[in-house]
Design a protein around this ligand. Structure first.
Ligand code: HEM
Length: 442
């Protein structure tokens, strides 16, 4: 029922959905909202009207069918400007399209296949440092691996020595952004509050790395990688990309290309540690490769590993939510969407909806049969988004996740201590607490 105090629109409640409640327990809030108010549920956030969409057809309207009417919402993105600038993730309109076309070749199927070797080599390199029975910070380990991989594959850069510092700077940046989201008033970056100063220092640290990578490329000529392609690119007037745009694209790829995959791996290892029967089947599959590290040509022989990763991305989607803003009036499943409405899509909610997933809270890689995949509504599973703004790195990520899980599972088993991670809805779905696992050599 629509509350009488709301103008006509989908059900919701003006009191449900103040910023404090949203920020304190984002995942619970979104889940309750969908459960209580249905497929298009209305709430208020920072004096804005927002809709939570939890029917695949509603999501399709925004991300695919009428995508031109929806831009990434300013509620969130104006707060991450200093980090991402106008890179691919945050850009809009013609600028976005031009940049997306420039970047796309680095993600063509054949190019990605060339990256497979680097993915396993860098994983093996990290495993060299693991000693049987010792505790390891799983997220830190996974971050070191994925950060090195993205820097090497796309930018031909060696960043092993920078990984820890960049991860810390990125964490600081993310925490500060999360604080900004919880605060209704935006304090401009130039005001020297302690938070802004921390944020600035973190961005400076990331910038130093990016400018170093760009400089190394200037000296080295065309290396056939993404950064060389960006540096060679010319617009209609023959102009090259500005330093700032190069910086924005590079940092976007470095960050978007490693944090999400590291989180997906962390959640995968955690889920595995709780399901020994799944581990046994996973190990049987990877052992059948005969001890050799897996290569791209082995992917067809790793269907169970693929299902494990797919199921982990369902239960803990690193991009647990994303949003849009309506440019003009629209209609979704019969409800009016006035221009300026903020729309949220929560893969977290869709992926755990009993309408699409029987027994949604159980980790069950076997649910992903061919028949199940065929019958699942297309947008009931969207860890990588959908439509034109769909993740450019999805194929890269899927392959990387399977190769890394298989490479590690061939050699180690991860056993969690008593302390368990819980999901925290930051910018991405981060585990808090309980990140340590004992690594047992097989
Ligand atoms: C498990 C890993 C990953 C997940 C869950 C993920 C998720 C997503 C999602 C949901 C979006 C769309 C957001 C929206 O529509 O608002 C997105 C966009 C994007 N992702 Fe990923 N991603 C992953 C890995 C990667 C990798 C490996 C790269 C690069 C190497 C990457 C680069 C990007 C970029 C550049 C965009 C913006 C694309 C555009 O707007 O044109 N992602 N990602």
């Amino acid at each position: 029922m629509t509350s009488p105090s709301l103008p006509p629109g989908p059900p919701g409640h003006p009191l449900l959905g103040n910023l404090r409640e949203f920020a304190a327990d984002t995942l619970g809030f979104a889940t309750r909202l969908a459960r209580e108010y249905g497929d298009v549920a209305r709430f208020r956030i920072v004096r804005r009207t927002a809709y939570l969409l939890s029917a695949p057809e509603a999501v399709e309207r925004v991300l695919v069918e009428n995508h031109r009417n929806y831009v990434k919402h300013t509620f969130f993105w104006r707060k991450v400007d200093a980090i991402f600038g106008r890179g691919l993730l945050t850009n809009e309109g013609d600028d976005w399209l031009r940049q997306r076309r420039l970047v796309q070749p680095a993600f063509h199927h054949e190019r990605i296949a060339e990256y497979g070797r680097i993915m396993t080599d860098y994983t093996l390199d990290r495993l060299d440092g693991w000693r049987d029975g010792e505790p390891r910070d799983v997220r830190g380990e996974m971050t070191s691996i994925t950060f090195r991989i993205v820097a090497k594959t796309l930018f031909d850069a060696e960043v092993a020595d920078d990984a820890a510092e960049i991860a810390e700077a990125f964490d600081t940046g993310i925490e500060e952004i999360a604080r900004r989201i919880r605060r209704p008033v935006l304090i401009p970056d130039r005001v020297p509050t302690p938070g802004n100063l921390r944020y600035r220092r973190a961005v400076d640290r990331m910038d130093r790395l990016v400018y170093r990578i760009v400089e190394e490329h200037r000296d080295g000529g065309d290396r056939g990688d993404l950064l060389s392609a960006l540096m060679e690119a010319r617009d209609e007037d023959g102009r090259t990309m500005s330093e700032k745009q190069l910086r924005d694209e590079t940092i976007t790829m470095l960050l978007a290309g490693h944090e999400t995959t590291a989180l997906a791996l962390t959640w995968t290892w955690y889920l595995l540690s709780q399901h020994p029967e799944v581990v046994t089947r996973l190990e049987d599959e990877v052992d059948a490769l005969g001890g050799e590290p897996p290569g791209v040509h082995d992917l067809p022989r790793l269907p169970y590993t693929e299902r494990v990763v797919r199921e982990a991305l369902r239960m803990y989607p690193p991009a647990y939510s994303f949003g849009r803003e309506a440019l003009e009036d629209d209609e979704i499943l019969g409800w009016p969407v006035p221009a300026g409405t903020t729309l949220f899509v929560f893969p977290w909610v869709l992926h755990r909806h009993p309408r699409f997933y029987p027994d949604p809270l159980s980790f069950d890689p076997d649910r992903w049969t061919d028949a199940f995949r065929r019958e699942l509504p297309r947008l009931a599973y969207l860890p990588f988004g959908s439509g034109p703004r769909m993740c450019i790195g999805r194929e890269f990520a899927r392959m990387e996740l399977v190769l890394i899980v298989a490479t590690i599972a061939q050699r180690f088993r991860l056993e969690w201590g008593a302390d368990r991670p819980t999901p925290m809805a930051s910018i991405t779905l981060r585990p808090t607490g309980g990140l340590e696992a004992f690594v047992r050599r097989r």
